[in-house]
Write a protein that binds this ligand. Structure first.
Ligand code: FAD
Ligand code: MLT
Ligand code: ZN
Length: 481
């Protein structure tokens, strides 16, 4: 049950004097949505929610928290999948939301960069770039809500990683408020800058445990002149991999997204998301959504796409395919893919395994992991999907139809262990793109122990010696600071 008592604290007046009245939410009815996560896995209780409007305000607030020993939890769009932005249930942690820090500070079409503040939703940032004739190619299904600061702090991956890399690959500079309230002014927009340790990369993937990102310089690319999207029905996951290899061989520079969807995952989208229909003649057990684009003029992408698909039909790699003929059709095809997470949430209790294996191993991984989890829970719905072009499969598991949700979630640990045992066989990762948060912190010692974890702990201790910056996240319990 969420706590309903109003929160009071001797610090509130001081914080209001730094941020103004609108900068601090203290009523539980206002703070409740900041104290739980998108998946509904965690129910915390915030001391309050602070909403600074500028970097200097945020820095003054963090300095005050440091001086007064108040632990803080940075929060952006609160779409994270691992509970990283959810405060502890004890009501001692102050959530610091970046949602009022939303300026586009600069956009330079010669440098092909934008300098943008942390609270801007990713979709808004994409639109700002497009309005200036450029493309910010970072794209995730939560982009309407996820914010630049959260996306960089989790080093989000998403749909276009296969061509443009993860979030960190698009960053030239950062501005960060450190745990003692100092501001690191690292907003350089240099393409070359070899000056010692590359500090910006420390903060990306740190999930708010080392400081709060307040602004970033992002790399932009030219707007595509041609874009093609196709949804293909496939006979097997091996066929999907084969198709991926064919596009890579034909024109790797134009392959922007290669997304896999299982028949089970597709069925859930068609069942739970109103207005979505399968634009193919028959249901299949496997699908791929592929986007190609190029900034080159007269590149002939449609002809290339058709010729790869024709050969794939002949070789029985592809059973059926639909090509988008308009922007509206392109968006409709993408909607089928983007609604997977929401459909699975509506389908009942689910366990996510955001894992990666070498790209070539993804079909074998899926087959072996499916056998392992079906042995644990007969009738479990196995709905893998995701970024096959990066070897990042969301090996998501949904409770058997009609089963008891809490009972299924009680087996979450066993299910994750079973999947991770297969991931290990392929030298994969237990956390591909969503991060660690509080969901996977107890797995860190097992997967990243020894010198690697020791280094991480030393870095945390050096930057945040009093463990006030997002305590209880990322590092194993008891090992912070
Ligand atoms: P939050 O959830 O608010 O925070 C995430 C973490 O970052 C927390 O640890 C928080 O403390 C920290 N943080 C937030 N802001 C800051 C800041 N300014 N400075 C320092 N730390 C900060 N993720 C992917 O990688 N790829 C996907 O394809 C993808 N698809 C998704 C689809 C859906 C439908 C949903 C709900 C989520 C998806 N996610 C995906 C997960 C999530 O959207 C990403 O992790 C996203 O980057 C989180 O951004 P946010 O602003 O919501 O961060
Ligand atoms: C996505 O790619 O849609 C999300 O990262 C996957 C998920 O919900 O597990
Ligand atoms: Zn994903």
């Amino acid at each position: 049950m969420p706590e309903t008592r109003p929160t009071t604290s001797p610090h509130f007046d001081a914080i209001r004097s730094l941020l103004g009245d609108t900068g601090l939410l203290t009523d539980v009815s206002d703070t409740a949505s900041y104290a739980t996560d998108w998946r509904g896995l965690y129910q915390g209780r915030a001391l309050a929610v602070a909403r600074p409007a500028t970097t200097p305000e945020l820095a003054a607030l963090v300095r005050y928290c440091c001086e007064n020993n108040i632990p803080v939890v940075p929060q952006g769009g609160n779409t994270g999948m691992c509970g990283g932005a959810t405060p502890a249930p004890d009501g001692t942690q102050l959530v610091i939301s970046t949602s009022r820090i939303t300026k586009l500070r600069a956009l330079d079409r010669t440098d092909m960069t934008m300098t943008i503040e942390a609270g801007v939703p990713l979709k808004t940032a994409q639109d700002m770039a497009r309005d200036a004739g450029c493309w910010l190619p970072l794209s995730i299904s939560a982009e309407g809500t996820a914010q630049i600061g959260g996306v960089l702090s989790t080093n989000a991956g998403g749909n276009n990683t296969v061509r443009f890399g993860n979030a960190r690959d698009m960053v030239l500079g950062l501005e960060v408020v450190l745990p003692d309230g100092q501001i690191w002014h690292g907003l350089r927009r240099l393409r070359k800058d070899n000056t010692g340790y590359c500090l910006r990369h420390l903060f990306m993937g740190a999930e708010g445990t080392l400081g709060i990102i307040t602004a970033a310089v992002l790399k932009l690319v030219p707007i595509p002149r041609e874009t093609e999207v196709t949804l293909c029905a496939l006979p097997s996951a091996e066929a999907a991999l084969d198709l991926f290899a064919r596009f890579q061989a034909e024109d790797p520079a134009s392959l922007v997204a290669f997304e896999y969807m299982s028949g089970t995952g597709m069925d859930l989208v068609l069942r739970y998301i109103p207005g979505v229909n399968l634009p193919l003649a028959d249901r299949a057990d496997h699908y791929a959504l592929i986007e190609l684009s190029t900034p080159r003029a007269r590149a002939g992408l449609r002809a290339m796409l058709e010729s790869v698909l024709e050969a794939a039909f002949e070789d029985e790699i592809v059973l059926d395919a639909v090509l988008a003929d308009s922007e509206a059709q392109r968006l409709a095809l993408w909607k089928i893919r983007e609604e997977h997470a929401e459909a699975q949430k509506r389908a009942g209790a689910n366990v996510k395994n955001d894992v990666s294996v070498p790209v070539s191993a993804s079909p074998a991984f899926m087959a072996q992991a499916q056998t392992a989890v079906e042995a644990l829970i007969p009738g479990i719905r196995v709905a893998p999907f995701g970024h096959m072009g990066d070897g990042n499969i969301h090996f998501n598991l949904i409770q058997p139809e009609g089963a008891d949700g809490p009972g299924f979630l009680a087996r979450a640990h066993d299910l994750m262990e079973a999947v991770n045992a297969v991931v290990r066989q392929f030298d994969g990762s237990f956390s591909a793109e969503h991060g660690i948060g509080q969901l996977k912190s107890d797995m860190m010692a097992d997967w990243r122990g020894g010198a690697e974890l020791d280094l991480m702990q030393k870095i945390k201790h050096a930057i945040d010696p009093r463990d006030l910056m997002n305590p209880g996240k990322l590092l194993p319990p008891g090992d912070q600071g």
